[in-house]
Structures are given as structure tokens and as C-alpha cells.
Design a protein. Structure first.
Length: 456
């Protein structure tokens, strides 16, 4: 019996030692985690306060947090369970920074308190603007809310457009944006310009469609019969330009371009052309396309080439496949080697496919000259200075369309060349016409219904 009691005592002591070791390991892990993070709270952040003073304090606090993490192994943290209102957070020259948003960042909607927009600024006007950053990760389980309602209303009512984007990055390399939700930006959600080595994955972009619809209806800028806005609010999802870009596993609901690849020209830092991009595995609702452009002529030669969109499904799109040029009387440009593969669309509200001039007319402007109601209103001048070539549509289907299968509108003096449509099908009520509007295209058609009749 004494031996048994001694053995039990030894077991108890061993168990106690194991528990103590575990506790010590947890304590060390917690201390290391604390040491490896620098939080907005450590730099004067004021959570859960929408006042202008709090937003100003949080703007500076987040800038200081990013600088504290710069060049170190620290994570710049926006902690979970808290909300932080900001104005325009700006930082440049960041190296190896991981900005982790586990709570909520909100762009202040007190428009009058935002700093004036400067045309001479290094930074793009945005709630978060980063310039010349490298090896950067923007991640977390949180949300970045643009609170765009008041900004949208200002544009609709007064034709005054001084809106910030939600996130802007310029001339950054090796950037990853992942896992976050971006909501109701005043303008573009992710404007990523002149990038080299960009990976966007597993992000959600959400715009309050019902809120936008109600505003536009009040201002008579909404076609109730067609259920489409006649005035876009430019709440684009992801607008990249640059080289070596992968965008994948995204979910977007908005009333504008879901992904819009913007051109670059000879003045680019890392590339003279937006090229080598793959956009795949996406679900888009109420969007205006997986888009190229718009591309206007430029004296330094605007360029987009080698872009692939694949495995994309659209629910109720205004446009699905969208390639657009823009007016301009000087310089030139090119759109070349664009592929859409395995694309499906259901209940297209307007144009499942549009290749041609951009349709846009902001209130108070003359617009691009291409009517929103084309071809009902036969006004849509084409652009002879921007070439469109080697566009492939492979395994594309649209069902339940309302207007027509698509618009393919190229210039008579500079036709589109090298087009290939393979297994492209479209069905629906087609209240306007049952075939394409198709002009000035050279290419081949294989297993398509209906068949574009202008491919020469």
C-alpha cells in the first residue's frame, strides 16, 4: 500500500509538471504574440467613436502603426471586436509589412471634415493610400467599410465628385490582399495601380444595391422597366494595372465593373503595358463585367495585353464580358490577347457581351457619346485609335437574357482582328433583337448559337 501511494504521488507530481509546462508555453506564446504585433491602440487609436476628433486620431494612429511595423517582424493590427473611423490614411516606403484588420475600419462619412484633395499629392485620394510599398500583406477577418451613401448622394444631386477610393496602392510590388470584406466604397473599392506581383484572393466586395437603387430612383436616374441604373456610381470592385497579377476566389456584388483591368503606357515604372494577368474563380452579382478598360488613346501608347478571365459566374449582370475603348483624338492604344474561358451568366439585365465603346455619361458631362440605350438609340461612335485584337471567348453561356445576345462594335477604318468565338451560346426573351449587333470584326466562329454574322 505505501508503494502504491508513492506511485500515485509521483503521477500527480508529473501531471502537475505537465500542466505547469503547458501554462508556461501558453504564456510565452502570448508574450511573443504581443511582442510581434503593434496595434492601432498602442498609438492612440480611439475605438467605437465616430466623431471627427476620433477619426483624425485614428488616421494618425494607423499611420504610426504602419511605420512602427515597417522593416520589422511586427504585424500592424486593427484588433477584433472594435471599430475605428478614419479619414485618409497615407503611407509610403513600407517594406515587409503585414496589416491585419480583424476588427472594422470605417471611412468617415463627414465629407466636410476630409482634407481637401490635392492634385500635387504623392498619394491617391483614399481611406487607405499606400505608395512604393514592397512585400506587403493586407489580411484579416475584419471589414473595411466605406460608408459611401453620403458621397453617392452628393454626386447624384449636385454633380460634385470629390470621392475617395477605399483602398489605393500605387507602384507597389509583391502584394497580397486576402480574406477581407470591403463594403460600400465611395468610389472604387480596390484601386491597384502600376503594380508588379499582385495576388488578391478570397475577398468579398459588397455594395448595398438596394440603397443605390433607391437613391437613383429618387433622382430619375434609374430605368425601372429594365431594372438598370442609367447613371453608374463608379463603385468598381477591383481595378488593377501593372504586370504579373493573380486575382482568384472572389465574391462581388456591385452596380459597376467587378474587375476592370486598366491600361498602362510608356511612363509606367514596372511595365509599359498592363499584362500577364489571370482572374479566376469568381461569383459576381449585379455587376458590369469582367472588364478590359476603358482604354483611351494616349501619346505614350496605352496598352492592355495577355489577360485571362476564367471560371466566372454572373447573376443578373448589366454586362458580363466587357471590353471598352474611350474617346480621344491624340495618341493610340492597344487591347490584345484577351481570353474569356468558362464563363456563365444567368438573367442578364442588359448586355451579356459588350465589345466596343464605353457607355458612360455622368450628370453634368457630355459623356462618351455612346448611348446607354444603344442600339435602341443609335448613337455609339467607335474609336479608330485603339486596336482590339486576338480576343477569344471559349465555352461561354448566357441564359435568361432580356435584351439581345450582345454588342460587338468595332471601327470601320480599324476593324477588330483575330477574334475567335468557340461554343458561345445565348438564350432568353431578347426583347430588342435575337441576334448580335455586330460590325467590323475579322475572326472565326465555332459552335455558336446565335452566330455573330459580321466575322469576316
Amino acid at each position: 500500500a505505501p508503494a502504491s501511494r508513492g506511485y500515485s504521488r509521483l503521477l500527480g507530481e508529473a501531471s502537475l509538471m505537465v500542466m505547469l509546462k503547458r501554462a508556461m508555453l501558453l504564456l510565452v506564446a502570448a508574450l511573443l504574440a504581443t511582442a510581434s504585433c503593434t496595434s492601432i491602440d498602442d498609438h492612440g487609436g480611439v475605438p467605437n467613436d465616430a466623431s471627427n476628433a476620433a477619426a483624425a486620431a485614428n488616421t494618425k494612429a494607423l499611420e504610426d502603426t504602419l511605420q512602427q511595423a515597417n522593416g520589422s517582424d511586427k504585424v500592424a493590427l486593427v484588433p477584433a471586436g472594435k471599430s475605428y473611423y478614419v479619414f485618409n490614411v497615407e503611407s509610403s516606403g513600407l517594406r515587409g509589412v503585414r496589416l491585419q484588420i480583424d476588427g472594422a475600419l470605417l471611412a468617415s462619412d463627414t465629407m466636410s471634415a476630409w482634407p481637401n484633395r490635392s492634385s500635387n499629392s504623392t498619394y491617391t485620394y483614399a481611406a487607405l493610400s499606400l505608395y512604393d510599398c514592397h512585400d506587403l500583406t493586407l489580411t484579416g477577418d475584419g471589414v473595411f467599410d466605406g460608408q459611401g451613401y453620403v458621397w453617392w448622394w452628393e454626386v447624384i444631386l449636385f454633380h460634385v465628385d470629390n470621392r475617395p477610393h477605399l483602398v489605393a496602392m500605387d507602384e507597389c510590388t509583391n502584394v497580397t490582399i486576402e480574406n477581407l470584406k470591403f463594403v460600400n466604397s465611395p468610389q472604387f473599392h480596390l484601386r491597384l495601380s502600376g503594380m508588379k506581383g499582385l495576388h488578391v484572393r478570397n475577398v468579398t466586395i459588397y455594395v448595398d444595391i438596394e440603397g443605390q437603387r433607391e437613391m437613383l430612383q429618387k433622382a430619375n436616374l434609374y430605368n425601372a422597366a429594365l431594372d438598370i441604373p442609367t447613371f453608374p456610381l463608379n463603385t468598381d470592385g477591383i481595378d488593377p494595372s501593372g504586370v504579373d497579377v493573380l486575382i482568384e476566389d472572389i465574391n462581388i456584388q456591385n452596380f459597376d465593373d467587378a474587375v476592370a483591368v486598366k491600361p498602362m503606357h510608356s511612363g509606367g515604372r514596372y511595365s509599359n503595358c498592363s499584362q500577364n494577368m489571370l482572374i479566376r474563380n469568381a461569383h459576381v452579382k449585379y455587376g458590369v463585367g469582367m472588364t478590359i478598360g476603358s482604354v483611351s488613346p494616349n501619346v505614350r501608347h496605352n496598352c492592355v495585353r495577355n489577360i485571362t478571365f476564367e471560371n466566372v459566374h454572373f447573376d443578373s449582370p448589366l454586362k458580363g464580358i466587357y471590353i471598352k475603348t474611350d474617346p480621344g483624338d491624340s495618341g493610340d492604344g492597344e487591347i490584345d490577347n484577351i481570353t474569356y474561358r468558362n464563363i456563365s451568366m444567368s438573367s442578364a439585365l442588359w448586355y451579356p457581351i459588350w465589345i466596343g465603346p464605353q457607355q458612360q455619361k455622368q450628370p453634368g458631362t457630355k459623356g462618351t457619346g455612346c448611348s446607354f440605350l444603344y442600339p435602341v438609340v443609335d448613337e455609339c461612335p467607335t474609336q479608330p485609335r485603339v486596336s482590339i485584337s486576338n480576343v477569344q471567348l471559349i465555352d461561354v453561356s448566357s441564359t435568361g437574357g432580356w435584351s439581345l445576345p450582345g454588342v460587338l462594335l468595332c471601327n470601320s477604318t480599324r476593324p477588330c482582328t483575330g477574334f475567335r468565338f468557340h461554343n458561345v451560346t445565348s438564350s432568353g426573351a431578347f426583347l430588342l433583337q435575337r441576334d448580335y449587333v455586330c460590325k467590323n470584326i475579322q475572326g472565326t466562329v465555332e459552335s455558336c448559337d446565335p452566330k455573330p454574322d459580321c466575322f469576316g
